[in-house]
Design a protein around this ligand. Structure first.
Ligand code: KIV
Length: 265
């Protein structure tokens, strides 16, 4: 797609129902992000997310995706300890979870891991810039590579990941000018989030762009829907009808209309 000049669309997904909807919409890549720790599980960072959680949610997304490529995050400290453990952990996301690829955060510190996984047949997506698993080292969720020296290091990291076999790289919260330079420096696609229009694709956390997450969202997020308000309105209507004796209706409805029978897929 990069060679053809087609922009790549990526959204996060964490469950079967959402995966089916996003796949139907023609999204190219469903990322089972460890952001699930924040938007689904209520943690304040992605650090508490475990491999078991990722395997569980990746399985649900993989079963829902027909066309989209499913990429799953290897969570914090599942690829830093040693090579054989990394391989086993990535293997679980692919074999048990059904992911087609894994994503890992970092630059030169993960080049060897990237090479080993790629050589073993596990496609790797890199992640540079704001790397949320390192939030405690970085000191908060803040823009990265804001100086020329940091921008140059980041470009070198992207080139190193590409040489090690990464098939794409996420660029998070870096200046647009830097992401344009990275995109020109590597042949693999760059997928931006808060990194401006110069990337080969864009990713957003689906709960943010759908307006489902009611906590603070990063300033670059565009809300394409207000589904959270829709849920609250629907739940209020249900409660009002049940409390007022209007639901369920006294006269039986035809089968399939609120009949509670088997769900047809
Ligand atoms: O975990 C995640 O959702 C991510 C995206 C924000 C790129 O890594």
């Amino acid at each position: 797609m990069k060679r053809r000049g087609e922009r790549i669309t990526v959204l996060t997904a964490y469950d079967w129902t959402m995966a089916r909807l996003l796949d139907r919409a023609g999204i190219d890549v469903l990322l089972v992000g460890d952001s699930l720790g924040m938007v689904v599980l209520g943690h304040s960072t992605t650090v508490p997310v475990t491999l078991d959680m990722m395997v569980h949610h990746t399985g649900a997304v993989s079963r829902g995706a027909r066309r989209a490529l499913v990429v799953a995050d290897l969570p914090f400290l599942t690829y830093q300890v040693d090579a054989s453990e990394t391989m086993r952990n990535a293997g679980r996301l692919v074999q048990e979870g059904g992911a087609a690829a894994v994503k890992i955060e970092g630059g030169r510190s993960v080049v060897d891991v990237t090479r080993r996984l790629s050589d073993a047949g596990v496609p790797v997506m890199g992640h540079l810039g704001l790397t949320p698993q390192s939030v405690h080292r970085i000191g908060g969720f803040r823009p990265q590579a804001t100086s020329e020296a940091e921008a140059e290091l980041l470009i070198e990291d992207a080139i190193a990941l590409e040489s090690a076999g990464a098939f794409a790289v996420v660029l998070e919260s870096i200046p647009a000018e830097t992401s344009g330079r990275v995109s020109a420096a590597v042949a693999i696609p760059t997928i931006g989030i808060g990194a401006g229009p110069g990337c080969d694709g864009q990713v957003l956390v689906s709960y943010d762009m759908l307006g489902l997450f009611d906590g603070p969202v990063p300033p670059f997020v565009k809300r394409y829907a207000a589904l959270g308000e829709g849920v609250v309105d629907a739940a209020r209507s249900f409660a009002a009808e049940v409390r007022g004796g209007r639901y369920p209706p006294a006269t039986p409805q035809p089968a399939g209309v609120g009949g509670g029978g088997a769900r047809k897929r």
